[in-house]
Design a protein around this ligand. Structure first.
Ligand code: ADP
Ligand code: MG
Length: 676
């Protein structure tokens, strides 16, 4: 059996089981060896029944003394097994267990493993694993995530077979293994699946975590080498950024000024810029972007400004036209929904250089778009774009400067690992004069109060958003829908003009609604999260989030960012349909702070980095064992080690490292284009 063989090469895996494994993302023998256990069960020390405590997970060896078929008929029958050892008695309880009736024999000894309930000395195990005592699996056993059709026992056997049939190949350069004193990949895999003891398990885990960080950091550094440091670009300097800034009706914030300076420094430098601009919602990223665009256009280059949705692209187009037009810069718009004739006209102007800045959606990176002299590429809310899309766009010019902007704050703890060697500018300051948004939480019982506040604001001439988790009502899920709320609202408050917006509407319908809202013709916009990103309507002062428990912290923060963008006091009103502890904690966090970085940190600690929003969306593969927060030291170590390797062999082209390079490329699609 080879590592690259399909899982059907493993004994006992036919097409059906193979399908179950594929559902888990396991296609080859190697995949099986590389999918780590979710947890472990320590079955080394059987416990005496008398010593079992409530809540323990324990292994017990006991003789079956009585089998009782309980209530229920047929398959639904409950089975009670009374078993004893020399210290006492316990009951094992199985539900829907008709099929187990013949599995136990009175008088035989069995091993039971499961969670213990101890009610005043009355001991029960619910649905414990069991085996005839002499067949019992011993040691520290892995527990895997399963899919239908494969049992835990079977999965263990499959992994064991895969591990013993083919020697896992080494995935790190030997020089690194030696220098860091790591165990081999083969040893690590054997001991992460079937640890012989704690020490070996720890050794294995250390090596595998190191490896994950080592790959991640190598990919990041390599992409930086290609896209930043090593990449030859052009020196761009025109002084137009200052002209733009002088014309602004407001002074830049300190943070904006610092960011503009950093960006202009990169642009003036001969090598291509690869910078991330992180700024909380409302921190004024667009003005910074426009300063960069002005500088590029002043020097005779074209700029592209890409947004994830048409609504946003149009909004940017309007802003750019308004702010850059007076400098004599021509701005165009490119969208998927334009007519062929409109498109053609824009394409012609871009190719000839008549258009200097194009705003648009991913339409900007379609094959047909050619620039005359693309020098600067800006993507807004870049986490919505795939790595490949960003790569395509930068291929439109010859190593153009790249600026990616995001309103998703990366917690500093993660940034240490992810961005240690990337250029990052941070807008950690809001423009002055903003009044902090007041955030309050409501229950189903008090939600009328939230609406009372909304009406009051509308009467004063302000506008409001109401956001629901679903588009339409449905019986299968519990929660409000935009359509349902819209109907309700119209009936209850016929005097207030409202409109509906959701992702299933046609693009032109969405745009028409958004335009009306932006123009103030509609007072209340009832919507799904399609309005989550970027929309800027300063007159909107109320954000009601229905079923707020259904939204993550980062999303709530984004939604709240839609208000508080003007001079008026704004409100974010969270209506909790169901108050779980997590929902309450999230709502409390939202009420306590408006600092995106604090919220991101909290989000990270509540969800863990594997689930952390910023992580998957940044085009990074998921880490299986490594946790950038808990293993920060190891992350640093691996980073240093990767840096040393790349310093000695910058392209990883030496014979010794080529295998590692091939694996790295495979894992990260193409590390050269991993732009963050
Ligand atoms: P975001 O960072 O969320 O994209 P925007 O760029 O949309 O934020 O800016 C939010 C609002 O703040 C806009 O209406 C913009 O005109 C305004 N703004 C930006 N910078 C300043 C500043 N230095 N002083 C006052 N208002 C500003
Ligand atoms: Mg923005």
């Amino acid at each position: 059996m080879n590592l690259s063989d399909p899982v059907t090469a493993i004994k006992g895996i036919g097409p059906k089981k193979a399908e179950s494994l594929q559902k888990l993302g396991l296609f080859t023998v190697e995949d099986v060896t590389a999918r780590f256990p979710r947890s472990y069960e320590d079955r080394r020390n059987p416990k005496a029944i008398a010593s079992l405590k409530d809540g323990d997970r324990a292994l017990v060896r006991a003789k079956v003394v009585l089998i009782t078929k309980g209530r229920g008929f047929g398959r639904n029958r409950t089975l009670r097994i009374l078993a004893e050892d020399s210290t006492g008695r316990m009951e094992a309880l199985y539900f829907h267990a008709a099929y187990l009736e013949k599995a136990f024999r009175q008088g035989s000894e069995y091993a039971f493993f499961g969670k213990v309930k101890n009610e005043n000395g009355r001991i029960t195990m619910f649905q414990p694993d069991f085996a005839i005592a002499e067949n019992e699996e011993e040691g520290i056993l892995p527990v895997y995530s399963l899919s239908k059709g494969i049992s835990q026992k079977e999965m263990r056997r499959i992994v064991k077979d895969a591990l013993s049939a083919a020697e896992p190949s080494e995935t790190l350069p030997l020089s690194v293994i030696k220098r860091e004193g790591l165990c081999s990949r083969s040893y690590a895999l054997n001991n992460i699946h079937f640890p012989q003891d704690e020490t070996k398990y720890k050794e294995a885990r250390y090596r595998l975590i190191f490896e994950e960080f080592f790959y991640l950091r190598s990919a990041l550094m390599l992409s930086k080498n290609r896209f930043g440091a090593g990449r030859e670009g052009r020196s761009v300097r025109s002084g137009w950024a200052d002209r733009f800034i002088d014309r602004l009706p407001y002074p830049l914030t300190e943070a904006q000024r610092r960011s503009v300076e950093e960006i202009l420094g990169d642009m003036a430098d001969k090598k291509a810029m690869n910078r991330l601009l992180q700024g909380d919602v409302g921190s004024g990223k667009t003005a910074v972007a426009m300063a960069a665009l002005a500088e590029a256009c002043g020097a005779g280059f074209q700029g592209a400004f890409m947004a994830p949705t048409e609504i946003l692209a149009k909004q940017h187009y309007a802003t750019l036209t308004r702010e850059l037009g007076p400098l004599g810069i021509t701005v165009d718009l490119l969208l998927g929904s334009q007519t062929a004739a409109e498109r053609k006209a824009v394409l012609t102007r871009l190719a000839s250089g008549q258009t200097q800045v194009v705003a648009g959606t991913h339409a900007v990176i379609s094959e047909k778009v050619a620039f005359q002299n693309l020098g600067l590429v800006i993507t807004d809310e870049q986490h919505r774009f795939g790595v490949n899309q960003r790569k395509k766009l930068s291929e439109k010019g010859e190593n153009p400067d790249v600026l990616v902007m995001t309103a998703t704050p990366i917690p500093r703890t993660l940034a240490v690992v992810l961005y240690a060697d990337l250029d990052v500018s941070v807008l950690d300051q809001l423009p002055p004069g903003r009044r902090p948004i007041q955030t309050r939480q409501y229950t189903e019982q008090s939600r009328k109060e939230a609406y009372r506040l909304l009406l009051q604001q509308v009467e004063e001439g302000r506008q409001a958003y109401i956001v629901a988790p679903f588009i339409e009502d449905s019986e299968s899920v519990d929660g409000r829908s935009a359509e349902g709320l819209y109907e309700e609202f119209r009936k209850e408050y016929p005097q207030v003009s409202c409109a509906l917006l959701h992702g299933a509407m046609k693009q032109n319908e969405k745009d028409a609604v958004m335009e009306k809202f932006a123009a103030g013709q509609v007072s209340v916009l009832i919507s799904t999260v399609v309005i989550e990103v970027g929309i800027d309507v300063p007159n909107a002062t109320v954000m009601i989030v229905e079923n707020a428990e259904r939204f993550g912290l980062a999303q709530l923060h984004q939604l709240r960012g839609r208000v508080g963008r003007g001079a008026h006091q704004s409100f974010c009103l969270l209506v909790l349909g169901e108050s779980t502890d997590v929902a309450k904690e999230r709502a409390a966090t939202m009420c306590e702070t408006t600092d995106g970085f604090v919220i991101a940190e909290k989000d990270l600690s509540m969800r863990g980095p594997g689930e952390f929003f910023g992580f998957r969306q940044h085009g990074l593969p998921q880490l299986a064992l490594a946790d950038p927060v808990r293993h920060m030291d190891l992350a640093r170590k691996a980073g240093d080690s990767a840096m040393a390797l790349l310093a000695a062999d910058p392209g990883l082209q030496s014979a010794e490292n080529s295998d590692f390079y091939a694996r790295l490329k495979d894992k990260y699609v193409d590390p050269q284009v991993l732009i963050l």
